[in-house]
Design a protein around this ligand. Structure first.
Ligand code: SF4
Length: 268
């Protein structure tokens, strides 16, 4: 086993009780717990500005201190639906000119079988592009759902996000790197990287992260890198935004700083 996979195994084994619970729950794969569905304008990443149907899955076991969807973190938030009910719900929320459907959260990979069922419905039966927004905490689940997605936003969590105990942070990054590599290896996907940063995110951490990202195989298939300044929580100064940009530019001169546009528009 390569060292990258060994590290991931350690992370996953340390979380095995939690994962086992999740998979046990997911045996009821004819059900899905959804927090909300709504149509809005995509405000993040390389598809900012597109009319999008958002499907927010309930539950997330991570703890980003700047999380802006805390109301969705409980696995019991929202409502439970059968897969057929959820398909009807999606159909009823459709509007003209929807560019893509975002499967977001919470953390959609916590309900992988339901995620596959609904993504497959959107992609194959409704013929609309499917977009996965995940923390990429588990590459095995990511690999399982990947065939059902057209667009993958791979988000890398910096240590100051306090997403996870610091001793597990490197393993989370290893999972995220593995997910990026899996997506880049598929030529039919549009895959891009998003990094949220605060005023406390160090340029050393950004440099280290971007160096590791550019060691991934097939990195030439990358469709973008967006740097997202945190909003309201320890927001970075102009000087810090420019410093972070300057760390990434030598690796990828199409890097973009993209703030959460939907918040400026007063939208969801
Ligand atoms: S991974 Fe996403 S949903 Fe989970 S706590 Fe972090 S920002 Fe919130």
């Amino acid at each position: 086993m390569s060292s990258i996979n060994s590290e991931i195994e350690i992370y996953n084994n340390n979380n095995s009780n939690n994962n086992q619970k999740i998979l046990t729950n997911q045996k009821e794969h004819d059900k899905v717990q959804l927090n909300e569905l709504f149509v809005s304008i995509e405000g993040e990443g390389i598809f900012a500005g597109t009319k999008t149907l958002f499907i927010r899955f309930s539950g997330c076991h991570l703890k980003c201190y700047w999380c802006d969807t805390k109301y969705s973190l409980s696995p019991n938030s929202g409502k439970s639906y059968t897969i057929n009910q959820a398909k009807h719900l999606i159909f009823n929320h459709l509007q003209p000119n929807i560019y893509k459907v975002n499967f977001t959260g919470g953390e959609p990979l916590l309900q992988p079988l339901s995620l596959i069922a609904l993504a497959n419905f959107v992609k194959s039966e409704l013929d609309i592009k499917t977009y996965l927004e995940s923390s990429c905490f588990d590459w095995k689940r990511f690999e399982m759902v990947l065939p059902h997605f057209d667009i993958c936003k791979i988000e890398f969590k910096t240590s100051d996000s306090k997403v996870i105990e610091s001793k597990f942070h490197n393993n989370l990054i290893q999972n995220e790197l593995k997910c990026l590599e899996l997506a880049l290896n598929k030529n039919d996907k549009i895959s891009f990287v998003k990094i949220v940063f605060t005023n406390s995110t160090t340029v050393n951490e950004i440099r280290d992260l971007i160096t590791r990202i550019f060691r991934c195989s097939n990195i030439n298939n990358l469709s973008g890198i967006t740097l997202q300044p945190s909003y309201e929580f320890d927001s970075p100064s102009t000087e810090h935004i420019l410093k972070v940009y300057d760390e990434v530019y030598p690796f990828y001169n199409d890097v973009r700083v993209v703030p959460q546009m939907h918040k400026m528009l007063g939208m969801n």
